[in-house]
Design a protein around this ligand. Sequence first.
Ligand SMILES: Nc1ncnc2c1ncn2[C@@H]1O[C@H](COP(=O)(O)OP(=O)(O)OP(=O)(O)O)[C@@H](O)[C@H]1O
Ligand SMILES: [Mg+2]
Ligand SMILES: [Zn+2]
Length: 270
Amino acid sequence: MATKLSEILKQPHTKMTEDNKMRLLNMRVDDYNKSKGELTEIDCPICNNKGLVMKIRQNPMFNYWEEYVTDCECMEKRKLLYKARKSGLGDYLKKTSKDYEATEQWQKDILQKASDYCKSDNDNWFVILGQTGAGKTLICSIIANYHLFNLNKSVVYITWTDFISRLKRDMMSDNAQTVSKYFDEVKNAEILFIDELLKKYNETDLKYIIEIINYRYTEGLKTIISSEREAGELLDIDEATFGRMVEKAGKYITNIQKDRKKNYRLKNIL
Ligand SMILES: Nc1ncnc2c1ncn2[C@@H]1O[C@H](COP(=O)(O)OP(=O)(O)OP(=O)(O)O)[C@@H](O)[C@H]1O
Ligand SMILES: [Mg+2]
Ligand SMILES: [Zn+2]
């Protein structure tokens, strides 16, 4: 008959049988794994929300059994959720290709291009320009989400206007360090999604986008761009910079000709 646990615990460790040492070790591991942690968002039955699990292994040098602590498998998902929240995509994070209605041929073409883009493993950019309300932000969000959740990449989402306002606000507060930290974060993002590019701008704002595009072009960093401005307009603004954008996008550039019928926001009244 196995010795009672209370009896085992009274014995000095050196006198314990290997069997009893193992029972004790298992007990410690169970206790640790059952204890509750304070992580939120995912309710994990394996680590009870500590993010860590205790396991048993044979010490490689001295051959005895010992406990060790390692990341729980839920940590991958937690990190992903953290990255997703940090991306700034907000409600758009829920969007997948299932949310994109493709009844018209032009929408089918966009969806196909987006799907090809997600599967391609080169560093092309995805650029979609033109008609307001035509689903540009939606399709770019779907692509950004695919990179976040399926390819485990980090995405930074900015709308042009908010980006510029934030830079200006930080500059007003005379905190040069904050400005350059935020600017560098955006410039160096693994995947950068710039929404509503150059919606409004002045000459000083232009130098930021020129620096970002030139840098990301040289460094081969994937960039997703949506803008109401058509390719010709962007090229008129700065041909060298937007020429690079067009080059990087290659076949993944779409110019949606201005046509009110393509404005999804108006679909019930037209
Ligand atoms: N193909 C589509 N399927 C489902 N919903 C769509 C589709 N296209 C657009 N929408 C919806 O219509 C609205 C406008 O789309 P979205 O914001 O993506 O347009 P946009 O081209 O980015 O417009 P803007 O240039 O004004 O920013 C959103 O609510 C979006 O979810
Ligand atoms: Mg938009
Ligand atoms: Zn866990």
